[in-house]
Design a protein. Structure first.
Length: 42
């Protein structure tokens, strides 16, 4: 999973609310409505 810092994203697109099984895929898809510099980690 990916966790975003300072960026407003939908709950289902942020952090460890779910796990992605080994070998599976997940596409993060959302519209960024903020400008600035933000960081993320997995």
């Amino acid at each position: 999973t990916v966790h975003w810092h300072g960026l407003e994203v939908p709950n289902d697109q942020d952090g460890p609310g779910f796990s992605i099984p080994q070998g599976a895929k997940h596409r993060y898809e959302f519209t960024v409505r903020q400008s600035g510099t933000f960081w993320y980690h997995s």
